[in-house]
Design a protein around this ligand. Structure first.
Ligand SMILES: [Mg+2]
Length: 235
């Protein structure tokens, strides 16, 4: 598949952009901690936003370790224990995702995706998640995307540009014709490293590096994406 030089391609992050699986990840980590009598609270999840599994585990162990004695904390280094924690978190997450439906798409997603498809814009999902295919199927959006690249395809997670570059490669789109839509600072950094323009969805202070920031996808039109593509970088 290739696109013409004047064309636009859009690469969506998934978690926090298309659906709020961040809430399910957060709940899974909190519950995984609670089951061991450890402390990990929803506010602690902020530092994990946009991170892949291994980095998330590192943040998790760092947080729960803060409330432990030195000996308990040393025990967190055991690979078998870390593996058990990751597996439990993943089990909980899959349990929670079972309940996802099209109603769990975030505000504005359906209209924007439909609008882009109607204009023939090739679409990709570039996610550090290893559950992207599953989640996209649950919310009824898998078929909307020509390309889905996730943490299984590219194990080098954001803020490295590898996931977005692979999306562009598979779409047949040069980086300068791609716009990334992201909710996390690490994803904005990845888009910039890939030399792509980037729309940040969420609070401006978290998304300072984005080319454009909107508080919700409902405020982003297809036309504004075309306009952004042709605007000077950073404008
Ligand atoms: Mg995200």
């Amino acid at each position: 598949m290739t696109i013409a030089a004047h064309d636009l391609a859009v690469i969506f992050d998934m978690d926090g952009v298309l659906t709020d699986t961040t809430a399910l990840h957060c709940r899974s980590w909190c519950e995984a901690a609670a089951r061991r009598g450890w402390r990990f609270e929803p506010a602690d999840y902020d530092a994990m936003r946009g991170l892949a599994r291994e980095e998330s585990l590192r943040v998790f162990l760092d947080v729960v370790g803060r409330h432990m004695t030195g000996a308990e904390r040393a025990g967190l280094a055991q690979p078998a224990l870390q593996q058990a924690v990751i597996e439990e978190k993943q089990r909980l997450f899959l349990e929670y995702t079972d309940a996802l439906t099209a109603a769990d798409r975030l505000a504005g997603v359906t209209a924007l995706v439909d609008g882009l498809r109607a204009r023939g814009v090739p679409l990709a999902v570039g996610s550090s998640s290893r559950n992207a295919e599953l989640v996209l199927r649950r919310i009824g959006l898998r078929d909307a995307f020509a390309v889905v690249v996730d943490g299984n395809d590219v194990p080098i997670s954001k803020p490295a540009p590898a996931i977005f570059l692979e999306c562009a490669r598979r779409l047949g789109a040069p980086a300068e014709r791609c716009i990334v839509i992201e909710d996390a600072a690490s994803g904005i950094e990845a888009a910039r490293a890939a030399q792509m323009k980037c729309v940040g969805v969420g609070p401006a202070d978290r998304l300072a590096g984005a080319t454009l920031v909107v508080s919700s996808l409902a405020l982003l039109s297809v036309d504004s994406l075309f306009a952004l593509l042709d605007s000077p970088r950073g404008a």
